[in-house]
Design a protein around this ligand. Structure first.
Ligand code: NCD
Length: 361
């Protein structure tokens, strides 16, 4: 199916020297995602295609016949969900997405029950997994680990696609895809994502979802990005450099209240204190970066509120019933986007197009 295997043609040493942008082409096959490892590997047509497939399979999935059709598409495949960092939504949405497209899912969530306790390297464990499964979906605390595995497997006689379901503090590309899908749908009748102002709020230093989404937003013209956080949790310099290079408009600031009425979307995030060295984030006053029920009056009538979840106090529960609160819809969208992504990886999009055309004609 895939004659071309670009990751086989480059040494690990040379590969590591590339920028995230340069690495992107190595994760593709025939202009489609094969490995899904970074936000930077996507271009605008790929995003449009994934969003289009997502909308189509959501519609197809409304009837029993449609559900059966979807379940048959990848019923010959098995996927390993190798999640060795806590996860509820990403794990379950991938699990449910596998079920939608007929992939049989299996899981490893705890290395203490695997041969890693016998001293096996994580690389060997994952190579073993690739012997039994057709795809590896992985969440790992080490940034870049999924890339390493993708390279390693590409250089064996059983390369399988690797999806990064969250790596360290670095990247969470599939969350960014579902965020884009949610933004696109929310702004469907309002000119799309183009030209909108979007504020990221919270722990931007260590929030991988923000880093990935900020990169995808560069593919939309005229978007202004605000990074609103206490100084010690502000967006990292590498992202700032990439934003500057892209020539996009952005603002780094600490005044949340001022920003609320200026933006079309607010992306709240939790303090990522699992990365604290000595509970240092407890010393930071984050209360000014919470969205309360009072803030609803400041928010534009058409604006939306996003959160990758889990939440703590960043968004008051009373806000959930406001029509602008879009985070529960994000959760649901995640399942469909991930199902669409798997269909794109295994090149089954054409069948979706044909079925959908019959459905609407
Ligand atoms: C995020 C993550 O794991 O990075 N969660 C998610 O996948 N929806 C955000 C977080 O944990 O704060």
């Amino acid at each position: 199916m895939y004659r071309d295997n670009p990751l086989k043609k480059i040494s690990w040493h040379d590969f590591q020297k590339l920028t995230p942008q340069q690495k992107g082409v190595y994760f593709l096959r025939e202009q489609r995602p094969y490995h899904v490892l970074t936000a930077q590997q996507f271009d605008r047509p790929m995003l449009e295609r994934i969003c289009d497939l997502t909308t189509k399979i959501r519609q197809i999935g409304k009837t029993k016949g449609g559900i059966r059709f979807l379940q048959d598409l990848l019923s010959e495949k098995r996927a390993m969900l190798y999640f060795v960092q806590p996860s509820t939504r990403t794990f379950l949405s991938f699990y449910a997405a596998c079920q939608i497209v007929g992939i049989e899912p299996a899981e490893v969530r705890d290395t203490t029950t695997s041969s890693e306790v016998k001293g096996e390297s994580p690389e060997d464990t994952v190579r073993t997994i690739s012997s039994y499964f057709d795809m590896i979906i992985m969440r790992h605390p080490v940034g870049g680990f999924a890339e390493r595995i993708a390279w390693l497997l590409s250089n064996t006689n059983r390369p399988v696609p690797v999806i990064n379901a969250g790596s360290g503090m670095d990247q969470h590309p599939t969350q960014a895809l579902l965020d884009i899908y949610t933004l696109q749908r929310s702004f469907e009748d309002k000119g799309g994502i183009e030209g909108k102002a979007i504020a990221f709020v919270g722990d931007l230093a260590r929030g991988r979802t923000v880093r990935s989404l900020a990169m995808l937003l560069l593919l939309y013209t005229g978007v202004k990005q605000y990074f609103v956080a206490p100084e010690s949790l502000q967006i990292q310099d590498d992202i700032v450099t990439l934003l500057k290079e892209a020539g996009t408009e952005f603002e780094v600031c600490g005044d949340f209240k001022r920003v609320i009425p200026e933006v079309d979307a607010i992306y709240m995030t939790r303090i990522q204190d699992e990365w604290d060295r000595s509970q240092e984030s407890r010393l930071v006053d984050t209360s000014k970066f919470h969205f309360t029920a009072q803030h609803l009056t400041l928010l534009k009538p058409d604006a939306i509120l996003l959160h990758p979840l889990p939440r703590r106090k960043e968004i008051a529960v009373e806000v959930d019933s406001d029509p602008r609160a879009m985070y529960w819809r994000q959760v649901r969208n995640g399942m469909w986007v991930r199902a669409a992504l798997m269909l794109a990886i295994f090149d089954r999009g054409g069948e979706i197009d044909r079925y959908h055309e019959d459905l609407v004609s």
